[in-house]
Every structure is written in structure tokens, then in C-alpha cells.
Design a protein around this ligand. Structure first.
Ligand code: ZN
Length: 294
């Protein structure tokens, strides 16, 4: 009897110990990457993004791949509500009204959204999508879509000058500087990191409402830029939803930058939960030296 009690007690201790371990481990965040059409290499970048997310230990990832360009989109109806955030690796045909409505409801009801690189290129005529991403480029965007958004001498500028939206020069290494150090996504990160050779998006324009610029890069005129500090990382609110917008990550080599990966993970966690727990890794790039993972 004594022996049985002893075993039972040990078992109870073990179970409560295991319980406390599991209690401290937060449930993994469910993400859905949306791809299928893009003027970028989505077939290569989606698996890389999935790997970045899952290796962090914080996320589990599914992928929704749309029909090919020019095909009937009416059957493309991902179950957005099964996920805590959606990641746009998509730049293609307009979705069916039912899918757009479900997407709008999902974000305005509090779902997270991540716009990754060319995720800010599609859907020029979809007003609600442009409010979610704040600014976008290409696709015929111009002054009718809203102001250019950038930083000049430390001040946020909404510039209504007429002109097309979306531009980048040749790929260069550039410094991404924190603009909102107290925002949860940026808090605790070094004040700047040197990003590996990538397209430095300039001249993005759009509604530019409810947006915090988190990080900028100076677009040098002699490298095809505007001479402004251009928004690279942004946080937007749309209804009850949170949106993280990164312009970085043109292709697979750019996704290997630890600065890109860290801000993507932290931004996605914030979009999904409103909090950031993912730490700054030891191999984070410095202001002088890029850091890429194999
Ligand atoms: Zn690109």
C-alpha cells in the first residue's frame, strides 16, 4: 500500500511538473502563406519562408496556392478563419468577391496579415486591401491612390505630388534603421542592421492611414533612389486587425538575411497576437556587416 502511494505521489509530481512545462510553452501560431501567382519566384520563396517560420518554433504554416494566372479564381476560397495570420506572397489576379469579402471580414475582426515584398503590388483597385497595407506600388498606382509615404529629416511625410507609385534601383546592400524603437516589433533590436543586396522599394503610395513606420532605409540618389528615408517595415491597424508590412525579401538570397528573418518573425507574431516574444538572435547583422544563414 505504502509503495503504491509512493508511486502515485511520484506520478503526480511528474505530471504536475510536465504540466508546468507545457503551460509555459505558448501554443504555436497558425499561419497561412498565400501564393500561386507572382512576378517573383514564389515557388522557391514560399518553402524558405515556411522553413524560417517553423524553425523559430513559434509557428506552424500551411500554404494556399491560387489557380494560375488567367484561370477561373472563383474556387479559390481559403479558410482564413482557421489561422491567426495570413502571409501574402501573392501578386496576381483579383480574387472572387466572396474571397475578398471573407478576407476583409477576417482582418477587420482581428485576424493578422503580413504583406511580404511584392505583397504590396497587387489589387490596386481593391480599396480595403490598400488600407490594410497602407501603401503599395506598381499596377498603375498614381496620385489617385493616395500620397507617397516616406521620412525626411526625421519627420513622416505624406507627399501628394503626382506620379507613379513603386520604384527601385539596382540591388544594393542598405542599412535598415529603426524609426519606432518602442514598438513591440522593434523594441530590443539594435538601432540598425545592414541588409544584404536587395531591392530598396521607393515611391510607394496609398491611403497611408493608421500606419506606424517601424524601419526605414535611405534611398541614395546615386543608387537610383529618391533621396528619402523610405519605409521598409510598417505596422498598420485595420479594424481590430493588425498588419505587418515588410518590403524586403525579393528572392531566396534576400530571405537568408538574419535581419529580414528576425523582423519577419517578430512582425508576424505581433500581427497574430499583438505581442512579441521572439528574441534578437546572436547572429543579427550589425550596421557594418550583413549576416546570412545558409
Ligand atoms: Zn522584387
Amino acid at each position: 500500500m505504502k509503495k503504491t502511494l509512493c508511486v502515485l505521489t511520484s506520478l503526480a509530481v511528474c505530471l504536475s511538473f510536465a504540466g508546468s512545462i507545457f503551460a509555459e510553452e505558448p501554443a504555436k501560431i497558425k499561419l497561412l502563406i498565400i501564393d500561386g501567382q507572382n512576378n517573383h519566384n514564389w515557388k522557391a520563396t514560399t518553402p524558405v519562408l515556411k522553413d524560417i517560420y517553423e524553425k523559430s518554433g513559434r509557428f506552424v504554416v500551411d500554404v494556399a496556392t491560387s489557380p494560375e494566372k488567367g484561370r477561373d479564381m472563383s474556387g479559390f476560397k481559403p479558410e482564413f478563419s482557421k489561422y491567426e495570420a495570413l502571409v501574402m506572397n501573392y501578386n496576381g489576379d483579383v480574387w472572387a468577391k466572396e474571397t475578398k469579402d471573407a478576407f476583409e471580414k477576417y482582418v477587420s475582426d482581428g485576424g493578422g496579415l503580413v504583406s511580404y515584398h511584392a505583397g504590396d503590388n497587387p489589387f490596386r483597385d481593391w480599396k480595403e486591401y490598400n488600407e490594410m497595407i497602407a501603401i503599395g506600388g506598381w499596377g498603375g498606382r498614381n496620385e489617385k491612390d493616395g500620397p507617397y509615404l516616406y521620412v525626411k529629416n526625421g519627420e513622416v511625410v505624406r507627399d501628394t505630388t503626382p506620379g507613379h507609385g513603386g520604384h527601385h534601383g539596382p540591388q544594393v546592400e542598405f542599412l535598415v534603421e529603426t524609426f519606432a524603437p518602442e514598438h513591440p516589433i522593434m523594441k530590443g533590436l539594435p538601432k540598425a542592421f545592414l541588409h544584404c543586396k536587395d531591392e530598396l522599394y521607393c515611391k510607394l503610395r496609398g491611403p497611408a492611414k493608421n500606419v506606424d513606420i517601424l524601419g526605414t532605409a535611405f534611398a541614395k540618389v546615386n543608387e537610383g533612389g529618391t533621396g528619402n528615408d523610405e519605409p521598409m517595415l510598417m505596422a498598420i491597424t485595420y479594424g481590430k486587425g493588425r498588419v505587418f508590412h515588410t518590403t524586403l525579401g525579393h528572392d531566396v538570397p534576400q530571405c537568408k538575411c538574419v535581419g529580414f528573418q528576425t523582423t519577419l518573425l517578430r512582425g508576424s507574431e505581433w500581427a497574430a497576437t499583438g505581442n512579441v516574444t521572439i528574441p534578437c538572435p546572436e547572429d543579427y547583422p550589425t550596421e557594418d556587416k550583413i549576416s546570412v544563414r545558409p
